[in-house]
Design a protein around this ligand. Structure first.
Ligand SMILES: [Mn+2]
Length: 405
């Protein structure tokens, strides 16, 4: 038996944060599905499995349903098994599986509407579709009952959808699946879907392949499908993970704390991927205290630089850096802040030889005191320069703003 196991295509996903680029991201997923079906045909598999969440939800556009239906129908030599997942559960007449076009599928396509046993290659597929979005029941339990009806030496694989029941890592009502569910049901392989990055358990008899196209910056290394060979019941499956993704998601950062080095550092990251810009989805997170006007200038620059990428997102976590006057105003209300600023100014004067600037406290920091602080912190005073003091006062201003917010 030879099959291709995919899951979590989430077709029709809105990608709202990407605005005008969202339709391109949706189209990319369809193109990847088409390409993956081609791979399955070329590999002459006995089945192409979709272990849940083919669609983002049961409300996706009719035009999308038609497009996917026609894609499946145009591969009549490929058997396709589709399992309803928690995003697209088979939960009533309005769901995608019970209305046209999927209510009457071509002969190569099987929508798994009820738990049951199907033949695939020289063995069996035992599958349990999800009928609701949430449940505390383990959807793999029923596979044990189904397996008991088979000849003892028959090759058998299972398919269902839900969270791996790893202590502390799943919601109790997220269709929790036992980590030895394949062994427990006597399965040679259990095809799962739900989590969006590759997972393997139960001596590699349980595979959760992840979403074939990444959909988040947090687990951008997902994007896999599994090509599986099984020769005999109770023998280990032979599994190959295939990277079918067209897009790569990258998270970059610009930290205003780095001053004039911030932009060149980001430019170097861009230079590495500029050639392949249309194949990258980019998030730039802005951090640190930005001087007045710096944020607008940075955004304007980013708009130009980011234009060629497939889709982009700017996440602004920066804070406005305070000017000397603003810091002085703050110091007037906060004696502790005034003291810290005075000590910083004094330390800067001692270390860099620059004239004393800013505010002076009634009892300024003395050089022996500074040496003692440096000693306690294991700090080499000679290594401190102008940029250290600028960064320190920027960070202080940042903390003050966070405290006031
Ligand atoms: Mn799911």
């Amino acid at each position: 038996m030879r099959f291709l196991h995919s899951a979590d295509w989430q077709l029709g996903c809105a990608f709202r944060s990407f605005g005008a680029k969202a339709p391109a991201l949706r189209a990319c997923r369809l193109a990847t599905l088409r390409r993956t079906l081609e791979i399955a045909r070329r590999e002459r598999v006995d089945g192409f499995l979709v272990a849940g969440d083919l669609f983002e939800d049961n409300q996706v556009a009719a035009s999308l349903l038609t497009e996917v239906f026609e894609m499946f129908a145009s591969a009549p030599d490929l058997r396709i098994f589709v399992l309803p997942g928690n995003h697209d559960p088979i939960n009533g007449p309005g769901c995608v599986w019970l209305r046209p076009p999927f209510s009457a599928t071509p002969s190569n396509v099987t929508i798994i509407r009820e738990p049951g046993v199907l033949s695939i290659g020289d063995g069996y597929l035992l599958a349990n579709p999800l009928k609701q979005k949430v449940s505390t029941q383990d959807p793999s339990v029923i596979l044990s009952e189904l397996a008991a009806t088979l000849p003892s030496d028959a090759l058998r694989i299972g398919m269902t959808h839900g969270a791996l029941a790893i202590a502390g890592k799943h919601q109790p009502n997220d269709h929790p699946i036992h980590l030895q569910a394949a062994t427990r049901a006597g399965l040679d392989y259990l095809a799962l879907g739900h989590w969006h990055r590759w997972q393997t358990f139960d001596d590699a008899r349980i595979i959760m392949p992840g979403t074939p196209e990444p959909d988040a910056f947090e687990h951008a290394e997902g994007r896999l499908v599994a090509l599986v060979n099984l020769s005999r019941h109770a023998e280990a499956p032979e599994i190959r993970s295939l990277d079918v993704a067209a897009l790569s998601w990258r998270s970059l950062e610009l930290d205003f704390t780095d001053g004039e080095n911030a932009r060149p550092a980001l430019e170097r990251s861009f230079a590495e991927i500029q050639q392949a810009a249309p194949r990258h989805v980019i998030r730039v997170t802005l951090k640190g205290p930005g001087a007045r006007g710096a944020l607008a200038a940075t955004r304007a620059w980013l708009e130009t630089v980011l234009a060629p990428f497939a889709a982009t997102e700017i996440k602004d976590e920066s804070k406005l850096a305070l000017s000397i006057t603003e810091l002085a105003a703050m110091a007037e209300c906060h004696p502790l802040v005034a003291r810290v600023l005075s000590d910083l100014a004094q330390a800067r004067a001692f270390v860099t030889g620059a004239p004393l600037s800013g505010m002076a406290a009634a009892e300024p920091l003395t050089y022996p005191e500074l040496q003692q602080i440096a000693h306690d912190l294991e700090l080499d005073l000679g290594s401190l320069d102008e940029s250290f003091f600028r960064t320190t006062s920027d960070l202080l201003a940042l903390k003050l703003q966070e405290a006031e917010a």
